[in-house]
Design a binder for this molecule. Structure first.
Ligand code: LP5
Ligand code: MN
Length: 241
């Protein structure tokens, strides 16, 4: 039933305009030919609220609106950098917000979509941080602040995060194998698609004696991206330039 495209981790920011330019071209071209676009989190480097009036954020919202107006469906999952994408954004762009995890059927097979951060269960400091910032009251207090102070806080978080990451091992920052298998089992999925770790690969996991696939999406950077495609041709990774 038409082509589905999966992307994640674009980390769009005005500081690195080549990637947003690439994404806007993708929305006006390749994505329009597809039936459905799934954005599996971290579309933005930091989303500080739907009222953000930065030119890049406005441009992305209207490009998404044009995509959905042209007849493609667009579904979004929250990432750890843009979990504040809210109702106004969805109303404006006509994108649909999916829960994390979300089970869909694709090519008749139960497929689980996630951002990926919830699977990084060895990263205790991150999971603590995650629980704190996803608390509804904490989010509300943050959104009450001015755009200027929200921008400053987000920049602080990004700095602290980069610092914390440089002290963490690659294993701690990857998904936990046990968490992957349990999640696949719990949802009865034969495939998992996620991003977040920036380690694109096709993995096979054994779940109760049966093989399940885990497709990890690549991040977009320096004006080059990746989209995973599912169509009559099967599963393919496309380079987006
Ligand atoms: O994002 P990335 O790839 O750098 O690292 C992630 C984890 N880090 C994060 C933090 C985000 O990058 C910051 C996002 C800003 C969002 C804007 C909205 C702000 C809303 C605020 C309130 C509602 O998610 C990182 C993981 C890594 O992935 C790999 O999985 O390791 O986790 C951390 O860095 C968490 C730290 O280990 C612990 C907490 C750091 C300190 C934060 C508080 C400092 C206070 C700053 C001053 C106000
Ligand atoms: Mn992420």
């Amino acid at each position: 039933d038409g082509e589905s495209l999966f992307i994640s981790d674009l980390h769009l920011t005005p500081d690195q305009p080549a990637t947003p330019d690439c994404f806007l071209r993708f929305l006006a071209g390749r994505a329009r030919a597809a039936r459905r676009l799934y954005i599996l989190g971290d579309l933005f480097d930091a989303w500080i609220g739907d009222d953000d009036d930065a030119p890049l954020h406005r441009a992305v919202r209207s490009a998404l609106r044009e995509l959905t107006a042209a007849g493609s469906e667009c579904a979004i999952l929250h990432g750890n950098r843009d979990f504040l994408i809210g109702r106004a954004f969805l109303r404006e762009t006509k994108c649909r917000l999916l829960p994390d995890p979300c089970l869909i059927r694709i090519g008749g097979e139960p497929t689980l979509l996630m951002h990926g951060d919830r699977l990084c269960t060895d990263d205790l400091a991150y999971q603590r941080f995650r629980r704190r910032v996803r608390n509804p009251l904490v989010k509300r207090l943050f959104l009450w602040k001015s755009l200027a102070s929200r921008r400053a806080i987000a920049a602080d978080y990004r700095r602290c995060s980069a610092e914390a990451n440089s002290a963490k091992t690659a294993t701690i920052m990857d998904v936990n194998q046990q968490a992957v298998v349990e999640t696949l089992r719990r949802h009865g999925a034969v495939r998992l698609i996620h991003g977040h770790t920036h380690r694109p690969a096709d993995h096979v996991h054994e779940v109760d004696g049966r093989a399940a696939r885990r497709l990890v999406l690549a991040e977009w950077r320096d004006g080059v991206g990746e989209a995973l495609s599912h169509s009559a041709l099967g599963w393919r990774r496309l380079v987006i330039e």
